[in-house]
Write a protein that binds this ligand. Structure first.
Ligand SMILES: Nc1nc2c(ncn2[C@@H]2O[C@H](COP(=O)(O)O)[C@@H](O)[C@H]2O)c(=O)[nH]1
Ligand SMILES: [Mn+2]
Length: 327
């Protein structure tokens, strides 16, 4: 098990709620939806909600049995329902279901959607840092290969990481549920379907008749019939997908459009004015954000989807309309 192969934000994921609400409500009352994002989402290192939910996850023995988790429990409670910095986002937008699918369970048509992107916050970051360091100590490798240091799952430490990683994944999922619950309570409506997936995580799977640990760092699981959400950018459509279980990609697909420009390049390439123009053109409102996360930073998602037509089927799209990010 390679802790760095899972990534430093364990359980970074996409979660899409599809509401029963007609999409015209969003265009008719943009202020209401903006206000909900301003008041009921929290971002970055310092913002947290005033009230916290009693989530089942905090009752788990795991938090008491592993010393690093015992220390991190208080922080995890405080950060529940918040999102990270950088390109983590929460947005309202337009879902269009273009193919009928039993698991999605919705007729073709347009719906109001909430899409969130974030991970396991301080909890996952500290788990990742701690066990990456431990793996490096356990498994001396040449300097240039140190990120590949592993922990054997048949050892105490390996099992500890596996347990902590799974807890961080469940915590990330619970954070998204809390984000969506707060927003739905603020704007009203009912959730008809939820499509979500981790894109930084590891799973025990059978490939070529053998049990292996598949590390997906920046990849969407695309096992046969598995649903997932692949975003584009804050101005481009994202895609609701169903995996084809293609063994050539170890049943995986891309987890987004991916960057065309690094954060450093974005700082010198794009001005606030360029971003404002692009947002206006695509009729998207942005709250927060900066040049590093500019929509022009990303590749063309349509080209990316065309290149992975052997990995996933497309069931629908999500067009962001109001986007909130950290400042
Ligand atoms: N709907 C939105 N999608 C976005 C936005 N900014 C980036 N993106 C897409 O998400 C993935 C996430 O990549 P990660 O490596 O940080 O997990 C990225 O590749 C883009 O396709 C946004 O504001 N809204
Ligand atoms: Mn991510």
């Amino acid at each position: 098990m390679i802790p760095y192969g899972v990534g430093m934000d364990i359980g970074c994921r996409m979660s899409l709620s599809i509401l029963h609400t007609p999409i015209s409500y969003l265009d008719g009352a943009r202020d209401k939806y903006e206000k909900a994002l301003a008041e009921h989402t929290k971002f970055g290192m310092y913002e947290t909600h005033k009230s916290h939910i009693d989530h089942e996850i905090f009752e788990r023995d795991t938090f008491d049995l592993i010393p690093i988790l015992r220390r991190l429990k208080g922080k995890a409670i405080k950060q529940m329902g918040s999102s990270g910095g950088g390109n983590h986002f929460v947005e309202f937008g337009e879902v269009e279901i273009t193919e009928k699918d039993e698991q999605v369970g919705l007729p073709k048509g347009k719906y109001l959607g909430i899409l969130s992107h974030s991970g396991s916050r301080g909890l996952g970051a500290e788990i990742a840092q701690y066990y990456s360091r431990v793996a490096t100590e356990q498994c001396p490798l040449p300097k240039e290969a140190q990120n590949f240091a592993w922990l054997d799952l048949n050892t105490h430490l390996g099992l500890e990481y596996w347990t902590a990683m799974n807890l961080a994944g469940d915590y990330a999922s619970a954070c998204h549920d809390d984000i969506h619950r707060r927003l739905v309570r603020a704007v009203g409506g009912r959730v008809k379907a939820r499509i979500e997936n981790h894109h930084n995580f590891a799973w025990k799977e059978i490939h070529n008749g053998k049990e292996v640990i598949v590390h997906r760092k920046g990849a969407t699981p695309a096992n046969e019939n598995e649903l997932g959400m692949i975003p584009g950018s804050m101005t481009a459509k994202g895609f609701i997908v169903r995996g084809k279980g293609n063994p050539d990609s170890l049943n995986s697909a891309s987890h987004g459009a991916g960057r065309a420009f690094s954060r450093g390049e974005c700082r010198s390439l794009f001005t606030q004015n360029d971003i404002r123009k692009e947002l206006k053109l695509k009729n998207v409102i942005l709250m927060g954000g900066n040049a590093e996360e500019a929509p022009m930073a990303y590749k063309d998602i349509n080209e990316v989807m065309n290149s992975q037509s052997e990995l996933v089927d497309i069931l629908g799209t999500f067009q962001p309309r109001i986007v909130r990010m950290d400042k």
